[in-house]
Design a protein around this ligand. Structure first.
Ligand SMILES: [Zn+2]
Length: 234
């Protein structure tokens, strides 16, 4: 026992073996690779490869082992993720919102549209649900096109305050209803997992256009239609 102790660590004089500090640290915390910091821009290729190389540089700059089995495909995965969450910049609401003629000018509402977006301040995911309503003016829209519009415009770095406004303005300009309302309820990764660390905090943002901003009765009809209480929109 004494012999083994001498071989693998140091005896503390009482027959106990004390492991050298660096070995303990190695067992508890995998050490970062000693990779030199990147001080000058690296020559990059173009397109998708360029983004992958930038992400690989990020891994290297953090001292991570970009060649390990866990990180090897990370640049490709993360590049795909950021492409997915910037495609909203290419969304065309006029292409998404197919309209039909209709005589109705009664409220139409669609609730609980799940969405995910990217916080532009931290590039972290936030998401939740959007409730939407509109009062048509001779034109209605295919109901599945509303979630398509929400998800298309959410797929980019945008603050939740602007997201509801952008959805409302896009809908108004294409469908030309008497008015529309967009309410988003979202939880933000940057509030939940870092900084103030409030995972339960929920942010609500509302955009009212046309008759919804002019007449409170339409707003009340909307929250009744989606089954929320009177305080929901206040
Ligand atoms: Zn943020």
């Amino acid at each position: 026992m004494e012999e083994n102790g001498k071989a693998n660590g140091k005896s503390n004089g009482n027959g106990h073996v004390v492991m050298p500090a660096f070995e303990l640290e190695h067992i508890l915390v995998p050490r970062l690779k000693n990779v030199p910091k990147i001080s000058a821009p690296v020559t990059l290729t173009s397109g998708e490869d360029r983004l992958q190389e930038i992400i690989k540089m990020l891994l290297l700059e953090l001292g991570l082992d970009a060649s390990s089995e866990h990180f090897r495909d990370t640049p490709r995965r993360v590049a795909h993720f950021y492409r997915e969450f910037t495609r909203g910049y290419h969304a065309d609401p006029a292409q998404i919102l197919k309209t039909f003629r209709s005589r109705t000018n009664e409220l139409i509402a669609l609730s609980d549209i799940q969405f995910f977006s990217l916080c532009p301040h931290h590039l972290l995911i936030y998401g939740g649900r959007i409730d939407f309503g509109y009062v048509p003016n001779e034109q209605i829209v295919g109901i599945s096109k509303i979630p398509r519009l929400v998800q298309a415009l959410a797929s980019r770095p945008v603050v939740q305050e602007n997201l509801v406004a952008d959805i409302a303005d896009a809908f108004m300009s294409v469908v030309k209803p008497l008015g529309c309302v967009v309410k988003a309820t979202g939880r933000h990764g940057c509030v939940a997992a870092r900084g103030v660390r409030c995972p339960e905090a929920t942010m609500s943002t509302v955009a009212l256009r046309g008759v919804f901003s002019a007449d409170q009765k339409y707003v009340q009809d909307f929250y009744q239609a989606i089954g929320r209480n009177a305080e929901y929109l206040r």
